[in-house]
Design a protein around this ligand. Structure first.
Ligand code: IYR
Length: 225
């Protein structure tokens, strides 16, 4: 039997037709300017911007509203160095063969390799952890639902907030990433999902000459005539 939920009034954002069009176009234009960056400047970024972006990310919808995420903001040079050393060790094994020829071939146009200097150069790394399960007041395990989906949506909002603040990001996923639990001091119920590199792009930074799929290859309509 469905329980009646306790409710509060919704305060909807009401936008008029023309303004809706204008806002949507403006937002699309903003998002079209986002590029994944691998060449970062050491220029500092105010931690307040990181804090605000994480707060925005934590507004994401989540399975059963369990909000199964933790964000660790890393700005300390020693910790960044420890992360770089551990990540590069995994990446060397990855590029030396663990990835397999198909994967390496799929990646080759991006020009990446096992060297990850940006893990030290960029002012911030944000490690995003997914809480595979929770615990109640008595320490019993609580099952979490749609964990990867929920945390991935939050990461999308995080990237969007940082981009809208004029910062560059790289969604870095060294594999496996278990070393992040130890370095960031996170418990075993938390699985690192992404290591987000955040900062300003280096002066004259370049990005791969790649494009986005055209609309007709991503959007399919089913509407009545
Ligand atoms: N994690 C590696 C490899 C890598 C994999 C994919 I899929 C990419 O889109 C990019 C890189 C690295 O960071 O080099």
């Amino acid at each position: 039997m469905a329980k009646t939920a306790e409710t509060i009034e919704l305060s909807p954002l009401r936008v008029s037709g023309p303004e809706m069009q204008a806002r949507s176009e403006e937002f699309l234009e903003l998002m079209q300017k986002r590029r994944t960056v691998r060449d970062f400047s050491p220029e500092p970024v105010d931690p307040e911007i990181i804090r605000l972006a994480v707060r925005a990310a934590a507004t994401a919808p989540s399975g059963a509203n369990q909000q199964p995420w933790s964000f660790v903001a890393i700005g300390d040079p020693d910790t960044k160095r420890a992360i770089r050393l551990a990540a590069e060790e995994e990446e060397r094994a990855f590029y030396a063969g663990r990835a397999g020829p198909q994967w390496l071939d799929a990646l080759s146009h991006l020009g990446t390799d096992s060297e990850k200097p940006f893990l030290e150069t960029a002012p911030w790394l944000i490690a995003i952890f997914a809480q595979r399960w929770g615990t109640d007041a008595e320490g019993r395990k609580i099952k979490h639902y749609y964990v990867t989906e929920s945390v991935s949506i939050a990461i999308g909002i995080l990237i969007t907030s940082l981009h809208s603040a004029g910062l560059a990001t790289l969604t870095h996923t060294p594999s496996p990433m278990g070393f992040l639990n130890q370095i960031c001091g996170r418990p075993e119920n938390e699985k690192p999902l992404v290591l987000l590199v955040v900062g300003h792009p280096a002066e004259g930074a370049r990005v791969p000459a790649i494009s986005r799929k055209p609309e007709q290859d991503v959007l399919y309509w089913k509407t009545s005539p």
